[in-house]
Design a protein around this ligand. Sequence first.
Ligand SMILES: [Zn+2]
Length: 508
Amino acid sequence: MARFFLTTAIDYSNGDPHLGHAYEKLGADVIARYRRLRGDDVWFLIGMDEHGQKVAQTAAAQGVEPLTFTDQIAARFLAMWDRLGISRDQFIRTTAAAHKAGVQELIERIFQHTPGDFYEQEYEGRYCVGCEAFKQESEIVDGKCTVHPTRTLETVREKNWFFRLSRYRDFLLAHIEANPDFVRPESRRNEILALLRSGLDDISASRSRFTWGVPFPRPTSSGEHQTTYVWFDALPNYWTATRVPGSGANWPAQLHVIGKDITRFHCVIWPAMLKAAGLPLPESVWAHGFVYLGGERLSKSAGVKLDLNEVIDRFGPDALRYFLLREIAWDSDGNFSWERFEERYISDLADGLGNLVSRSLTMIEKYRGGVVPAAGDGTALEQAGTTAVADYAAAMDALDLKGGAEVAWGLVTRANQYIVETAPWALAKAGRNEELDAVLASLARCLYRLTVLSTPFLPGKAADIWNAIGQPGSPGASPWKALLSPPVSGAMVTKPPILFPKPLPSAA
Ligand SMILES: [Zn+2]
């Protein structure tokens, strides 16, 4: 069994979970569920990034202790992940004792493994609290951070611990060139290669006059105790998680899923830290794009947001998950609009999969007393089904999640056509029983395959369909090789309640 340790970016504790957070967790959850279908030993880690100046400022503005504030935020994120069916194995918080000890240990390892990689330096820079990062001149337009044009940059002058990132440029270039999957997709890999070719500056690893974070393990030469810079605290979570008692995670990670705005941290700084500490690098980093809302970037300040609870209340968590991963390519930016969401809900879910399940099971009940006949392995639909399984696996293995969903829903369309072409009602009327058996069994085999293939995209509804087609256990636990020849003959089917109601559920 292959190990598959999968992580997402830990979310910054500064507000409620929004569509962007949900998109990343849902995409990663689709990958986790797919790898489990393939029989991998998956460990899926998510969590919260709870330190930093912005968290301390927000908590202070609300008149509460930072930890009280982050406890509330963590609870709200967890509640949302439960609603969305995020099948995490571990939830790490950077305020946890095991994480803080792990960060200090990692820094100590660097001090010992590569002496000289940490050094003290007086520094003046322009700090964006929004990014929790010092900004280069190229990232500043009209005196503002390009990502956070509403925030004022702080000019910070202090003596800090620095990390000799520049020393790792050649190593990183060679590693990324030799390992094409280390940074994906290709567009992001090219950006990182270009960044490395232009040279790397050393980075600050600690902050002075600021305490909401992990104490940097060594004082400066003047005896000052500083706080670990928030990225030096956040990135190690992927490694510290493996050291939490009870964790089933083993370093290195097979895949880090992150947003495209934090590739520099994950594809440059993090591997350099690991190399400096003498630890193995993660196998791969995948940077997804952004979800826009009605064409606009999500923004708390501009009020561009989608009420996730409203979507879930009206349509259920599966419909939102399916829409986002089917509509937006996992390597690109995309858009959520209610109009498009409703179109897909009707065409793909209600009229597509929902209708196929309903018609197929109604006919098996009506013509065969609900028992799937033993036949149906040589039909045109059977051929389409075996091809779809192979195409789906190829897409999903390449992390083309949209492609995987397209293959599965291509089979839905094909199966609905097959019903029209074979007209089982006419076969029944004419008493052509063998042909009718073949058609009905072939539909049941197709539903079996579709249920398994749709499990990552519709985990709740797939379980409902699985029960309806008379299969024991859960579709996620079915052996992948059963898709070659689905064990459906003799199964007792029961038509389920309507899977995707029409007309559209209205707003409350
Ligand atoms: Zn910024």
